[in-house]
Design a binder for this molecule. Structure first.
Ligand SMILES: Nc1ncnc2c1ncn2[C@@H]1O[C@H](COP(=O)(O)OP(=O)(O)OP(=O)(O)O)[C@@H](O)[C@H]1O
Ligand SMILES: [Mg+2]
Length: 435
């Protein structure tokens, strides 16, 4: 069957696969490939994907465009989908015998702008962890204004979307800007990867110390419903049984260790920040989080994270005030003794160094509301709005969030924002464990 008929005949299924989990990443990766293969022109691209356009409309527009352009565009679209979609989404779809154009088949790029277009998928991957550094280089060379940088770093964009926006803007500015960016990427790659840390301000280190000692004190004894008991967590804690939830591409349900909660295993959506640990009543979810807090406080786990902010959904129920994100962090977790402003700015600028935990989402009585988008870290909002926007990533994008819940309490709207789900099956009856 021809490619065009395959696209038309599977329209509903292709739309669903392209918009899987409510994430734009699949669609945008397909568009990256089509631009690189010069199947799509940048004018087509601009009309397909504007920030205000709902995801499904963009996906429909792409399928329509392919069908209007005919057989060869449809074949490329199927080839791109075949390359980009995870296995679980590919199953059941028919791609015909469309093939990925052989690498290097197109003309060798002679200009920097052409190279940016041809290598777009690779450049998005390279840039997504280093957008800030690339913007700095572009700003210093005079190629970008502060306004351009703000446009790229919109809080709503995921790291990959920022990288794409950066590439689009560079391309619109012409050859010399494209050269600056390529040179920057080359220099970054040639630099020996040094573990030398960027200097952390003393105020941040002092706050980290305070947070660690407060968390260590809170998690030393087993927390029970009545409060903190007298059993030492070290004495009672036994190994937990964790599994990747169904639906991830890891077919074999291998058991996981505590450190895998934040590892790569089981990832269903790289762009989302929320890891959900779900388990039945009494399976040990709160105790597991408490263990993670204690290990972080002792410097024995999660050492990539400078700050860990723990939240209890049960405690948040009693918060009646409207709070800003800043208040939520400092009032509910640990009050900074000095220079709140600097500390908060550091947190905003370094989201990958921060982790939030939310225990017992099923206990959150205020209910999650996805009606109100709230993106400002400094404006107050009701706690339920803050919480939902944090979990789905409108606020503090890039901060890793670990939440626990009984399975039945996870709403479909929240499910769309999961980085992965880990099932907690219980804990072993006796014997302590190393972690
Ligand atoms: N890893 C563990 N090792 C030893 N005992 C544990 C462990 N995890 C939990 N427990 C015991 O089980 C009790 C219940 O665990 P926990 O409160 O963590 O469950 P939960 O999944 O959070 O339950 P709920 O859904 O009601 O919030 C704890 O008070 C503790 O006595
Ligand atoms: Mg609990």
């Amino acid at each position: 069957m021809g490619a065009q008929r395959l696209v038309q005949g599977q329209r509903a299924e292709l739309l669903q696969a392209l918009c899987y989990g409510g994430s734009a990443e699949g669609l945008e990766s397909v568009i990256d490939l089509l631009l690189a293969w010069e199947v799509l022109l940048s004018e087509d691209h601009q009309s397909l994907r504007t920030p205000s356009q709902p995801l499904y409309s963009s996906a429909r527009a792409l399928l329509d465009l392919a069908c209007i352009q005919g057989e060869s565009t449809c074949a490329s679209l199927l080839a791109a989908l075949n390359q980009v979609l995870p296995e679980t989404q590919r199953a059941g779809l028919r791609f015909g015998d469309c093939r990925v154009p052989p690498q290097g088949a197109g003309p060798v790029p002679i200009t920097a702008a052409q190279a940016l277009r041809r290598d777009r998928p690779l450049l998005v991957r390279k840039l997504r962890g280093g957008v800030a550094a690339a913007l700095k280089a572009l700003l210093e060379s005079g190629s970008f204004t502060v306004y351009d940088c703000d446009e790229v770093q919109l809080l709503l964009y995921t790291p990959s979307q920022q990288a794409r926006r950066l590439l689009d803007l560079v391309q619109s500015k012409g050859e010399s800007t494209a050269e600056v960016l390529l040179q920057h990427i080359q220099q970054t790659e040639n630099k020996p990867s040094s573990p030398v840390n960027e200097e952390i301000p003393t105020e941040c280190l002092l706050y980290q110390k305070k947070l660690r000692s407060s968390l260590s004190a809170q998690s030393h004894f087993l927390n029970t419903y009545g409060g903190t008991g007298s059993l030492s967590l070290d004495d009672i804690y036994t190994e937990v049984l964790l599994e990747v939830a169904k639906g991830s591409s890891e077919a074999q349900q291998q058991p996981l260790g505590l450190q895998d909660i934040l590892g790569l295993v089981g990832t269903v959506n790289e762009e989302a920040d929320l890891v959900l640990v779900s388990g039945e009543a009494g399976s040990g979810k709160s105790t597991l989080l408490q263990r993670l807090h204690l290990l972080w406080a002792r410097g024995a786990a999660l050492q990539d994270f400078l700050f860990l902010f723990p939240f209890s959904c049960r405690r948040l129920n009693s918060e009646e005030r409207e709070l800003s994100l800043k208040d939520l962090l400092f009032l509910h977790c640990c009050w900074p003794d000095q220079d709140q402003g600097l500390l908060f700015q550091y947190i905003l600028d370094h989201p990958h160094k921060v982790i939030f935990t939310f225990d017992g989402m099923d206990e959150f009585r205020l209910g999650f509301s996805d009606e109100q988008r709230h993106c400002s870290p400094t404006l107050p909002a009701p706690v339920s709005i803050l919480l939902f926007n944090l979990l789905q990533g409108s606020l503090m994008k890039g901060v890793r969030k670990v939440a626990t819940s009984r399975p039945e309490a996870i709403t479909p709207s929240l499910r769309g924002y999961l980085h992965k789900e880990v099932l907690l099956k219980g804990f072993s009856a006796g014997g302590s464990t190393a972690l």
